[in-house]
Design a binder for this molecule. Sequence first.
Ligand SMILES: NC(=O)c1ccc[n+]([C@@H]2O[C@H](COP(=O)([O-])OP(=O)(O)OC[C@H]3O[C@@H](n4cnc5c(N)ncnc54)[C@H](O)[C@@H]3O)[C@@H](O)[C@H]2O)c1
Length: 381
Amino acid sequence: MTNAVVVGTGFIGPVHVEALRRIGVHVRGVLGSSPDKSRAAAQSMNLEVAYPDYDAIIADPEVHAIHITTPNKTHLEMCKQALLSGKHVVCEKPLAMTAVETAELVRISHAHPNLIAAVNYNKRFYPLVQHAHDMVKNGEIGEVRTLRGGYLQDWLLYDTDWNWRLVPEEGGTTRAIGDIGTHWMDLISFITGLKIVELMADLHTFIPVRRKPRQAVATFVGKEVAASMECDPVHIGTEDVGAVLFHYENGARGTMNVSQVSPGRKNFCNFEIVGSLASLAWDVENPNHLWIGHRDKPNEILIKDPSLMSANARHYNSYPGGHQEGFDDSFKQLYRAIYDYLHAGDFDKPKPYPTFEDGHYEVVLCDKIVESHQGRKWIAV
Ligand SMILES: NC(=O)c1ccc[n+]([C@@H]2O[C@H](COP(=O)([O-])OP(=O)(O)OC[C@H]3O[C@@H](n4cnc5c(N)ncnc54)[C@H](O)[C@@H]3O)[C@@H](O)[C@H]2O)c1
């Protein structure tokens, strides 16, 4: 039996715990930012071990896999220690703070080829995203020509909204790009198989000073409570919004808009992939519908239904047509891909999940986006 542990007990840590349990992976315990937080989280999720610190997880021979769901600045050291001590790792995105850090993690993962080194780009595992990937691969939309979309949210709209992601030392130099733009760029490169060869970026911070609560607030909870808390003014250097133009290796053109200050947009990640024969459009707030656009016949909407989907996409459905699958299911399907691969034991096979190389690629793109914005010019990738 594989025993997993989840590190981080904020917004996304419990999502990992629940998804692992749904696929029958035993979650042995949890680590919060203090022994008290570990105990409270272990109790609320009915987990057997509340770890006092990360070293205790590393020292526990019963732990085989570690899921890292803490703020970005902690990812490098935690991933490193896990792999060097022979434990599998599933790390939240972005993989680390800079491309230098992620390159180091790729090197360590290569030195341990029989360990899982995965990054949690869960959006790849919505059933209709897998289907869109198969349609592009099978040539059903022809040559990919333009890629449009982005990721819009509103949870950081007011100067009273606070989160660790706003601070470069905690989240990285980019914020909207690193936090949600990397989800979009990963989604597009997964579906199309295309790499970016050059890019041009424009970033902007509309709220240069925010009120930081004196007490820590969890992600998304900030917008509910921070306005009533005691605060100090803090200068913000990370971007609220970003727009990026991309040139892909096959000549395709891409446009991405990201924002964490768009009123009414809660978690709107969407794409429109335009080919020479057909187009595909999808968004994560309506993930069970895939729009397929045609010129010479009426457009179609494919409602998620395994009986109408590619064999691979069918595998990543748990329920029949009309039975909705959403956010938490995408984590479950990602972990099925990871743990089925692990349990099959053939590490020479192609990996069906996002790897540390994919995580590194995204952080390289973030660095290039900052370089382009600062230099006001196109940058080769
Ligand atoms: N894949 C996704 O869809 C998705 C969604 C949200 C967040 N994330 C990623 O997950 C990570 C966490 O984000 P979040 O929104 O859950 O943040 P959060 O602030 O809600 O939770 C982070 C938790 O980590 C704890 N923590 C901090 N330092 C720690 C340490 N050294 N040891 C143990 N615990 C520690 C904090 O107390 C907090 O409970 C980030 O890297 C983020 O980018 C991914």
